[in-house]
Design a protein around this ligand. Structure first.
Ligand SMILES: [Zn+2]
Length: 211
C-alpha cells in the first residue's frame, strides 16, 4: 500500500466500490506493504481500524528509529518492494495509525470476522476468517504461489517455531478460499492444498529458504 492509499483506492474503483462505503480495516500486521495508507483512510473516511496489541508499537511509530536508518528510511520511495524496505529501515509504519479496537484471538469483529492470532512473521500478526464465505485472510502467515500454498521465505520469518504453529492453525481452518497478503487468492483445491501443507509441517518438514 501507498501512504496516500492511492493504489488501494484504485483497486476499489476497479471492483466498483465507492470508498465512502468503507467501514473498517482489519490489519494483519504492521509491515508497510500491508498497513501504509491505513492512517489516511481512517482520517479521510472515518473507517475503524483493527489490529493486535503486539503490533501497536510499530503502527503507532513508538518504535520508529532515528539516526541513519530512520533518515534513510524516510528517503526510500514508496515503489514496489521498496515500500517494505522503507518500513524495515524505520522499524515502523510510515504514519502512525491508532487502533479503534485491539483484536484478541478468537473474537469476532465487524460481525463476521473471527480473529486468529498468527505470530511468527511479526510478533502480533493476526489472520481473519470471514465465516459467511469461509474465507481466510491470512496476511503473511501463508503464501500462495501459482495456485499452491507456500510458507513465507525464511529471511522474512523471524520466529520460525511460532510461524509453524500459526501456519498450522490457518491450515486446520478448512476454509473454501484463502486470500493471502501477496499475489492472487487460492480458490481451487483449497482443502487439498491445506491438507498437503499441513501434513508436510506435521511431519516436521523444513522451512524453505525462499518460501
Ligand atoms: Zn509482512
Amino acid at each position: 500500500m501507498d501512504s496516500d492509499a492511492e493504489d488501494f483506492l484504485q483497486g476499489l474503483e476497479a471492483v466498483g466500490i465507492q470508498p465512502d462505503r468503507l467501514r473498517a480495516i482489519l490489519l494483519t500486521h504492521w509491515h508497510n506493504d500491508h498497513s501504509a495508507g491505513a492512517a489516511f483512510l481512517q482520517r479521510k473516511f472515518g473507517v475503524r481500524i483493527y489490529y493486535a496489541a503486539d503490533e501497536a508499537p510499530c503502527l503507532t511509530r513508538e518504535t520508529a528509529t532515528s539516526g541513519i536508518r530512520g533518515w534513510l528510511g524516510k528517503r526510500v520511495p514508496e515503489a514496489g518492494v521498496l515500500v517494505l524496505l522503507r518500513g524495515i529501515l524505520e522499524e515502523a509504519a510510515p504514519e502512525a495509525v491508532t487502533a479503534d479496537h485491539l483484536v484478541t484471538d478468537g473474537e469476532i469483529v465487524e460481525g463476521s470476522f473471527r480473529v486468529l492470532a498468527t505470530p511468527g512473521h511479526t510478533g502480533g500478526h493476526a489472520a481473519y476468517v470471514h465465516a459467511p464465505t469461509q474465507t481466510l485472510f491470512c496476511g503473511d502467515a501463508l503464501a500462495v504461489v501459482d495456485n499452491k500454498l507456500r510458507l513465507m521465505a525464511k529471511p522474512v520469518t523471524p520466529d520460525l517455531p511460532a510461524a509453524r504453529i500459526s501456519a498450522l492453525r490457518c491450515l486446520r481452518e478448512r476454509v473454501e478460499f484463502i486470500c493471502p497478503g501477496h499475489r492472487t487468492p487460492l480458490t481451487e483445491n483449497v482443502k487439498q492444498e491445506c491438507r498437503r501443507l499441513q501434513e508436510y509441517l506435521e511431519a516436521g518438514g523444513r522451512w524453505p529458504l525462499l518460501g
